[in-house]
Design a protein around this ligand. Sequence first.
Ligand SMILES: [Zn+2]
Length: 427
Amino acid sequence: MRKVEFHHRLFLIALCLAALARAQSQSPAQESGKQIVIRASTVLDGKGRVLHDTRIVVEGPKIVAIDPKAGPVDYDLRGLTVLPGWIDAHVHLAFSFGKDGKNGSDEGTPHEAAYHVASNAWVTLMAGFTTVQSVGSPRDVPLRDAIANGLLPGPRILTSIEPLSGRGEQTGTPEEIRAYIRKEKAAGADLIKIYAAGGMRQGGMTMSQEQLNAACDEARKQSLRTLVHAYREAVRAATLAGCAQVEHGLGATDDDLKLMAEKGTYFDPQAGLLIETYLKYKEKYVGTPFFPKTLEGFASMEQILPMNRELIRRAVKTPGLKMVFGTDAVAGAHGRNAEEFIDRVRDAGVDPMAALVSANSLGAEALGMADQIGSIAPGLQADIIALDGDPLKDITAVRRVVFVMKGGIVYKNTARSAVPAYAGVQP
Ligand SMILES: [Zn+2]
């Protein structure tokens, strides 16, 4: 009886919260058709162009005009750098440190675990990321839907739900693999994540060319994109199989990079944040599955950093190769996604504008959403952020996100030099 009462009360609270969230998710502009005008001195349009002294007009969830004469001004963002909200092509929102502080350990009750995932989404949005591709957990699904329905603040989420993990012959016959892809589609997957290779430094392919061909071909037939975790020879195999995007890519040769460029395969390598996170939190990662058993063991991980930078330097020099922005954000990295821009520009020879565009219009193109997000232009979603500083001159400005609008709703608008440091997400 007490339990029933308790649940009843919880239900009432949930109803109130839902009503509140719905009220908050409807900005005044959406109710009345009123326009919101943002004044800016510097706008990066997401496609590589810089606009000066202009105004962005927002109505409901969309940008309706770029008009220097529009008024009255609702948000004066002069002195800041205004740009489209960022897109992270590869995160794991479901990965958190457990109750004992360790990676992947017990997160407590389902309620506690759910708050972890919601918190990861919130800090990601606060860091300027308005869209993320979360690759590989059924826990992404209710979060994706709650955010889309305006019940929780967070980035727009695309999810692969369960990945297709290569296990040699056990992965299945081509027909079984095709059936698996169709099952993921039916479960609401926005894309398919495939593990086609072992670890960063060693291990061969975990799927045959024939299996990969079946997976990526069936996904294409189901209008789903494929993201393939690949190293060494798996990079070429995924490219030949017509998969949409190659993740990580250590061990790719110049010829592999060239082939990706020729076939229009998107490439998503990681310059630093992932490994930096493992090293920064090695006490939390040590001894957990797939990680070194001793702290000394993490020294070998440091050697991967220069390997990744060298790969990206070669990728930059490969004509026509479409390199998108994906951090592989794991426990400890959520909300620090923008560190990857700094790694790419400072350490891996990427031009600052190219790095930013990779998380804007190019990232949107890779998602098949270029007509909705990734640029500041009429007709697109009003996903607009502002940085305190000029990232083209000092890339560390990406840490200072002072304004975040997603779909026409302002989620963050802080005074300059007062960027809140959320728990655990300091650079
Ligand atoms: Zn990953």
